[in-house]
Ligand binder design. Structure first.
Ligand SMILES: [Zn+2]
Length: 60
């Protein structure tokens, strides 16, 4: 399953079907907006590996 870029900052669930969720770190919680870093990480993880290789090469 692919992480939703807009998923909860704690559990990664999409806001539409989040409701109340139990999480070891924060306990019972409602959807909370993810940090910019989390969004960036998730969108990067969604990209095919080939693009990541190109991006890495481009930096050097
Ligand atoms: Zn959550």
């Amino acid at each position: 399953m692919t992480a939703d870029p807009n998923g909860c900052r704690w559990c990664g669930k999409a806001p539409d079907n989040h409701g109340w969720q139990q999480h070891p770190a924060v306990g019972l919680h409602q959807w909370e907006k993810p940090t910019m870093q989390q969004k960036t990480d998730r969108m990067t993880a969604r990209r095919p590996a080939r693009n990541q290789v190109r991006a890495t090469r481009g930096e050097r």
